[in-house]
Design a protein around this ligand. Structure first.
Ligand code: HEM
Length: 389
C-alpha cells in the first residue's frame, strides 16, 4: 500500500500472513532460490522447497499458515493484510511505541480448499484479479478495518519473545488490537502498466512519526527494494507518476540518470549544505534515538524450541477439526513429492509443534510414526545428520 501523505509517500509492504519463513535476512536470497526452478530440470522442485524449510525450523509457523486454507484465499477481498514486522511510531515529544498493523477484511475471511484451488488454477487463473476489478467497477468497494497492536519500550524489553522477531505473532492477550482506521479500495487502475507494473513499493519509505524497528529482517529490506527499483525501473523510478509524492513535492539533491524527465533541479544547487537557498533536511524526519547494547558481529540466530510453541497453539487452539484436516491434506499432497529423508526431517518438525499434527502428516506420508517421534526428539544438528541422503 502506498499512502500519498502531505509529508511524502509512506509504503506498507506486508503480506497476507502475519509471520515470515525466516528471521535472518542473510537467508532471504537462498529462500527465494528454493521457490524457483531446479537449475537442471527447469521444474519446480519439492526437494529444494522442503530441504530448505526442514533445515530452517523457524519457518514452521509460516509453513503451518501457508498450508492451511489461508494459503489459498478465495479472493483478494477475502483476506487480511499484516505489516508483519514491528515498526516504530513516535510523537513530537520523542516518545516511542512499537507497533504491528493489521488490515482485517470487512468481507470476512474466505478461503479455497485445495480441490477448489487446483480447479480454478486450470479453469480461471485470473479469477482473483477479475473479482477485485469487477467488485470495484460495480460500485461495491471492498474495505478493511485497520488495527494497531502497540507495545511500549518497557513491554518490549520484558517480553517473553523477541518482539522484533517476524516468525512470531504478538498474541492479542499481550497486545490487544486497537482500531484506528478503514481502508477502502474504491478505484480501479486506469492503465495497468502505468499504475501497477511501474509501481515501486519499499518498506524504507517512511514519513515523520513512523520508522523502522531493529528487526534484522526489516533492516535487510530497507535498502533491498530501492536497489531492485533502480534495476527494474531505472534510477529515476521515483519520478514516475505512480511513485512520485502527490501531497507534497520531492526535494533532494539527486540529479541526472537515464530517463530523467523532469527539470532535473534546474540551475539550483546540487549539494548540501549550500548558501543558495536549497531545501534543508526536515528535522521532523529525524528518528528518536534508541538504546542498543551488545557486540556488533556476524552470528547465526539461535534455534530454540520457542519456534514450535506458536504453531502448536495455532494447530491445537485456533484451528477447527476441518482446518486441521485440510492442513494435513495440503501438506501431504505437496510433501509426498519430496525424497523420503526430507519428508522425515520435515515431519519431525510438525511433530515437535504438536504430536497429533506430526502423527497425522506421518500417516498421510506412510512414514513410521516411531521413527518420526525419535527424529523429533533429536537436536536439529543430530536430526540433520540422521536424515542426510
Ligand atoms: C530480508 C528479507 C526480504 C528481502 C531482502 C525482500 C526483498 C524483496 C524484493 C527485492 C522485492 C521486489 C521489489 C520490487 O521489484 O519492487 C520484494 C517484493 C515483495 N516483498 Fe519482499 N523481501 C523480504 C522479505 C519480505 C517480507 C518479510 C515481506 C512481508 C512482510 C515481504 C513482502 C513483499 C511484497 C508484498 C513484495 C511485492 C511488492 C510489489 O509487488 O511491489 N518481503 N521483496
Amino acid at each position: 500500500m502506498k499512502f500519498y501523505t502531505e509529508e511524502g509517500d509512506y509504503d506498507v509492504v506486508g503480506n497476507n500472513t502475519p509471520v515470515f519463513f525466516i528471521r535472518d535476512p542473510l537467508k532471504f536470497p537462498d529462500f527465494i532460490h528454493t521457490q524457483k526452478r531446479n537449475p537442471a530440470t527447469n521444474l519446480k522442485d519439492p526437494d529444494m522447497f522442503w530441504d530448505f524449510l526442514s533445515l530452517t525450523p523457524e519457518s514452521i509457523h509460516q509453513v503451518t499458515i501457508l498450508f492451511s486454507d489461508r494459503g489459498t484465499p478465495k479472493t483478494y477481498r477475502h483476506m487480511n493484510g499484516y505489516s508483519g514486522h514491528t515498526f516504530m511510531w513516535y510523537n513530537a515529544d520523542g516518545d516511542v511505541f512499537w507497533v504491528k498493523i493489521h488490515f482485517k477484511t470487512d468481507q470476512g475471511i474466505q478461503n479455497l480448499t485445495r480441490q477448489e484451488a487446483v480447479k480454478l488454477a486450470g479453469e480461471d487463473p485470473d479469477h482473483a484479479t477479475r473479482d477485485l476489478y469487477r467488485s470495484i467497477e460495480a460500485g461495491q468497494p471492498p474495505s478493511w478495518t485497520v488495527y494497531a497492536q502497540i507495545m511500549t519500550p518497557e513491554q518490549v524489553e520484558n517480553y517473553r519473545y523477541d518482539s522484533f522477531d517476524i516468525t512470531k505473532v504478538w498474541p492479542h492477550a499481550d497486545a490487544p488490537l486497537q482500531p484506528f482506521g478503514r481502508m477502502v479500495l474504491d478505484r480501479n487502475p486506469e492503465n495497468y502498466f502505468a499504475d501497477v507494473e511501474q509501481a515501486a513499493f519499499s518498506p524504507g519509505n517512511f514519513v515523520p512519526g513512523i520508522g523502522p524497528s531493529p528487526d534484522k529482517m526489516l533492516q535487510g529490506r530497507l535498502f533491498s527494494y530501492h536497489d531492485t527499483h533502480r534495476h527494474r525501473l531505472g534510477p529515476n523510478y521515483h519520478l514516475l507518476s505512480v511513485n512520485a509524492p502527490r501531497g507534497t513535492t520531492e526535494t533532494n539533491y539527486q540529479r541526472d540518470g537515464a530517463m530523467r524527465f523532469d527539470a532535473n533541479g534546474q540551475g539550483g544547487p546540487n549539494y548540501w549544505p549550500n548558501t543558495f537557498g536549497g531545501p534543508a533536511p526536515d528535522p521532523n524526519a529525524a528518528l528518536p534515538a534508541i538504546e542498543l547494547s551488545g557486540a556488533a558481529d556476524r552470528y547465526a540466530y539461535e534455534l530454540t524450541d520457542d519456534d514450535f510453541v506458536q504453531p502448536g497453539n495455532l494447530y491445537r487452539n485456533v484451528m477447527t477439526d476441518q482446518d486441521r484436516e485440510n492442513l494435513v491434506g495440503n501438506i501431504v499432497g505437496h510433501l509426498r513429492n519430496a525424497k523420503q529423508n526430507i519428508q522425515l526431517r520435515q515431519c519431525a518438525l510438525f511433530y515437535k509443534a504438536d504430536i497429533d499434527y506430526g502423527t497425522r502428516v506421518a500417516q498421510g506420508l506412510e512414514l513410521d510414526r516411531k521413527n518420526v517421534e525419535k527424529t523429533a526428539s533429536l537436536s536439529q544438528e543430530e536430526r540433520v545428520k540422521k536424515t542426510m541422503p
